[in-house]
Design a protein around this ligand. Structure first.
Ligand code: F6R
Length: 600
């Protein structure tokens, strides 16, 4: 989730580039850089760290150029460093580019270029693109770009600048956002609307496989085959504050709706036909492990429960999930044959960090699943895998959770494959459909709003499920209580009769998840027990189940049961969300909670 800015106009480029980067800093912030055209040559200034570091560095340069590109980075390939920062240049420093996205086939392309004698400065996938441009450049930057676009696979928003053709910036897009603005004095491009709103509200939304040539007073759009096309200018109706939320009322809703995209990004480059590839873990000998721990807090713990369930089923290794605050004080059985996996969105949670340090002390091999690059947990673990959820601003975790689920399922399948276990290839194939299913479920939002009306005036709600569905209801209950302050408890459905059913009375609401085929029928009969005692039920299930007399039933698509935990998260998030909205709660900032819990 990097941020990109570009300016081609009549005034100095730097002010636009920097104000845009500061608005985009929420997309990533481990390094930043700009390139401008100064007296017929490209000047690139970049550095590691926050944008303020770049601002300080820029004070020692005189930057007058009226054309330039800028970038803030959220690293995916290569550690945050000066050399890995964007813009990247070719060797002669005649071409510079910024890139947002992931070039999936960069290793193959890099191999080819190395054979041609090219050398690389950085560990990034993006540098391959600038070297390829150099390779294909024969006096026409546009033609060279078309050739490069035919070669690269993956996702990209690109802005390309060359001192050899100093009047233009070429931009291209596939699967990463890029918006072009028509300002009074320039054509500009950015990753997101807030970055250009101070300059203009008139924008072109570049679609996938489209590109454009920006000049100071002219713009032309093309397909990736170089065919000229026309695009409509749209006027943005909202102001800067609203734009940061992308038109959504809250960050939480925006983040819920980002899930199809960020799930796709988290899978990108990690599924290779029938194989899961997690190159970051290639040096681990998985045969050495006698047991596995999953350790996390809150929502990340619920995702871990799912990961642990899948891993144990596939590998038959003993797998234990623990809340970090328990793990660190419970004298866990750790030795050098233990694999310990720590899941944390922020990568800074104090209990999870302390648990990680404990596991390392007793020589376990440690893997972090983190979202924030360069965070303490990601740096301290022996190995790290990143979810690509982008910054999560709402306190209640949504997109981090579903991307953790995806990555933990990939990890379980990866470990199983490394241990030569038989794995369900159908599931691997179904993974690619998840973003579309999530998209479809989001379209049913009005239904979830109706369900929320049942909860609006209640003090308590009950969530039930079995097996993997139990992990899902734990998370559903957590979402409801933290943002709407309706007290919610999640129970293993089979446990109701051992106590909690005493609470059920006329008007109680039970939210039941029955998606695991081998036990769904059991949950359905537990539901009937609550209906008999006056409960109203919201049921999330599939058409494969025989459902009787349950008015509020939502049917999820019939896919591999393991993957249902990702899909069912969406209705549960939206039910909690709309309940909180009906109660007029501050959804993004629930009382007493902080986004990152850095104290014990
Ligand atoms: C709930 C929520 C928290 C976090 C927990 C761990 O919506 O966000 O329960 O999941 O505090 O945080 P991380 O994942 O940053 O370690």
């Amino acid at each position: 989730m990097c941020g990109i800015t570009a300016y081609c106009g009549q005034n100095k480029a730097l002010p636009f580039l920097m104000q845009g980067l500061s608005k985009l800093e929420y997309r990533g912030y481990d390094s930043a850089g700009v390139t401008t055209l100064e007296d017929h040559h490209l000047l690139t200034v970049k550095c590691k760290g926050r944008l303020t570091n770049l601002e300080e560095k820029l004070l020692s340069y005189k930057i007058e150029g009226t054309i330039g590109i800028g970038h803030t980075r959220w690293a995916t390939h290569g550690i945050p460093s000066h050399l890995n920062s964007h813009p990247h240049n070719n060797k002669d420093e005649t071409i510079a580019l910024v890139h947002n996205g992931i070039i999936e086939n960069y290793r193959e392309l890099k191999e080819e270029l190395l054979k041609e004698g090219y050398t690389f400065q950085s560990e990034t996938d993006s540098e391959v693109v600038v070297q390829l441009l150099d390779h294909y450049y024969q006096g026409d930057l546009f033609k060279a770009t078309l050739k490069v676009l035919q070669k690269i696979e993956g996702s990209y928003a690109l802005c390309i600048l060359s001192s050899l053709e100093p009047d233009k910036i070429i931009v291209a897009k596939k699967d990463s956002p890029l918006i072009i603005g028509k300002a009074q004095d320039a054509y500009v491009a950015t990753s997101d609307i807030p970055a250009l709103l101070e300059y203009t509200k008139d924008v072109y939304f570049l679609d996938d496989y489209e590109m454009a040539i920006l000049q100071k007073d002219h713009i032309q759009f093309y397909t990736h085959e170089g065919v000229p096309i026309k695009k409509e200018l749209t006027t943005i109706p909202y102001d800067l504050e609203a734009a940061k939320k992308d038109g959504y009322d809250t960050f939480m809703l925006k983040e819920i709706y980002e899930q199809p995209h960020v799930i796709q990004e988290t899978m990108r480059g990690r599924i290779n036909h029938d194989h899961i590839s997690l190159d970051e873990l290639k040096d681990i000998d998985f045969q050495q492990f006698h047991k596995v721990y999953f350790v996390a807090c809150g929502t990340a713990y619920h995702a871990s429960l799912c990961g642990a369930h899948v891993l144990e089923k596939l590998t038959r290794l003993p797998v234990i999930s623990m809340v970090a605050s328990e793990f660190r004080y419970n004298d866990p059985l750790i030795d050098e044959n233990t694999l310990a996996i720590f899941v944390s969105q922020s990568g800074e949670t104090a209990d999870t960090l302390a648990a990680l340090r404990l596991a390392k002390k007793y020589h376990a091999t440690t893997i972090a699943i983190a979202n924030v690059l360069g965070s303490t947990i990601s740096r301290d673990a022996d190995y790290v895998l990143y979810t690509c959820a982008g910054p999560e601003i709402a306190v209640a975790s949504t997109k981090a959770y579903t991307t953790q689920l995806i990555l933990l399922i990939l990890l379980a399948y990866y470990i199983a494959q490394r241990l030569n276990k038989n794995v369900d290839l159908q599931l691997i194939h179904q993974l690619s459909h998840i973003p579309q299913y999530v998209e479809d479920i989001l379209k049913d939002h009005t239904l979830f709003k109706e369900y929320a009306k049942l909860l609006e005036n209640l003090h308590d709600a009950y969530f039930i499920g079995r097996g993997l569905d139990y992990a899902s209801v734990l998370e559903g209950a957590l979402k409801l209580k933290e943002i709407s302050y309706v007290h919610a408890d999640a129970y293993v459905a089979g446990e109701l009769k051992h106590g909690p059913i005493a609470l059920i009375e006329n008007g109680s609401v039970v939210i039941a998840v029955a998606l695991q085929p081998h036990i769904a029928a059991k949950t359905l009969s537990n539901i009937q027990e609550t209906i008999a005692r006056g409960a109203k039920v919201i049921l999330l299930t599939t058409h494969n189940q025989e459902v009787k007399n349950i008015e509020n039933t939502y049917y999820l698509p019939d896919i591999a049961p393991v993957l249902q935990s990702i899909l069912v998260a969406i209705p549960l998030q939206l039910i909690a969300y709309y309940t909180a909205c009906l109660k007029k709660c501050d959804v993004d900032k629930p009382r007493n909670l902080a986004k990152s819990v850095t104290v014990e």
